[in-house]
Design a protein around this ligand. Structure first.
Ligand SMILES: *Cc1c(COP(=O)(O)O)cnc(C)c1O
Length: 325
């Protein structure tokens, strides 16, 4: 295993921030008196649901593609994704003027498939319960000479995602706790690098779905734990294991990983809609749910919370929010 924790540093996040300047939105940091009252802490929500294509994934995808050389640009980019990374790659490729092929599960949310196609991505589908998307990705990259940019297990993707926390700390100053949504660990690893540099005493905590606590198990065991595809409403975190590059950073710089239930996610979606007038997708609520439901004790603390995305079918949104109300 390569020691990417040594190779990947906050400097890479700074370089990514320069590449993203003028391309990514500097998303707002919002506060809510009601959320503070509910949780007992002072919460700062970094709203990546307002990022281009609706999630932080634009940051990592754009950063990776911005580093392509001429030969890579000529052949194009290929990736696999359950949704937001697909849109992020399709949009970034379009902005860079290169071709993209996206491998998506056949049960991916319709909105995400539609958006990916609209951004100009060629969509290839697979069965997430029986087929290995990474193998399909590797085969396509070999057959067509395209560069594979995976959704999280890549240094340039991690560095790009870290720019979200960089912006947050620049706005809030030092924090006591940073809560980050966790799937494969791109966002958590990148944000942990930013936290260590900009707020060294800040506790960095990843939040994953209860149904798939492989990250929590991995951190405790000190090695990457593989699980079956978790069944959860957090479709952006239905991953079976952390990435290798991600875990190298996470095991050095992340203090803890906790889990939240689907009911807590749905309740947080309802909270954001009702109180803050925001559409947040189920996966986007992971970090917030940990604070709003007391999974992490934030009383008396200044807490940064990554809201990771807002892409959810309206009918699905209505269903989840109504059931939670
Ligand atoms: C991808 C995604 C996550 C998980 O990010 P990782 O980098 O895979 O840990 C969380 N929330 C949303 C909205 C996502 O799209």
């Amino acid at each position: 295993m390569t020691d990417t924790a040594a190779a990947l540093s906050y400097h890479d996040v700074e370089l990514a921030a320069r590449r993203l300047e003028g391309a990514a939105h500097r998303t707002p940091v919002l506060t809510s008196t009601t959320a503070d009252k509910l949780s007992g802490g002072t919460l700062f929500f970094k709203c990546e649901n307002y990022q281009r294509m609706g999630a932080f994934k634009f940051r990592g995808a754009y950063n990776a593609i911005a580093k392509f050389d001429d030969a890579q640009r000529a052949a194009g980019v290929v990736t696999f994704s359950s949704g937001n990374h697909a849109q992020a790659i399709a949009l970034s490729a379009k902005l860079a003027g290169i071709k993209s092929v996206i491998i998506m599960p056949n049960d991916a949310p319709a909105l995400k498939v539609k958006a990916t196609k609209e951004y100009g991505g060629e969509v290839v589908t697979y069965d997430r319960y029986t087929e290995d998307r990474e193998a399909i990705g590797r085969r396509l990259s070999e057959e067509r000479g395209m560069t594979l940019v995976p959704p999280y297990d890549h240094p340039d993707v991690i560095a790009g995602q870290g720019t979200a926390a960089k912006e947050l700390f620049e706005e809030t100053g030092e924090l006591d706790i940073l809560l980050v949504c966790l799937g494969g660990g791109g966002l958590l690893a990148g944000c942990a690098l930013a936290a260590r540099a900009l707020s060294p005493n800040c506790k960095v905590i990843g939040v994953e779905p209860e149904a798939g606590n492989d990250g929590q198990q991995s951190l405790r065991l000190g090695e990457i734990v593989h699980i079956a595809v978790p069944k959860t409403i957090a479709d952006g975190a239905m991953v079976t294991h952390l990435g290798v590059h991600n875990f190298e950073v996470i095991k050095h710089h992340v203090d803890d990983i906790v889990t939240v239930s689907d009911a807590q996610l749905a309740s947080s979606m309802a909270f954001f809609a009702e109180r803050m007038k925001m559409v947040v997708e189920p996966t986007g609520c992971l970090a917030a749910a940990a604070a709003l439901h007391g999974v992490v004790d934030v009383r008396g603390k200044r807490v940064g919370i990554l809201i990771s995305g807002g892409n959810v079918d309206l009918s699905r949104f209505a269903e989840l929010v109504t059931a939670a109300a």
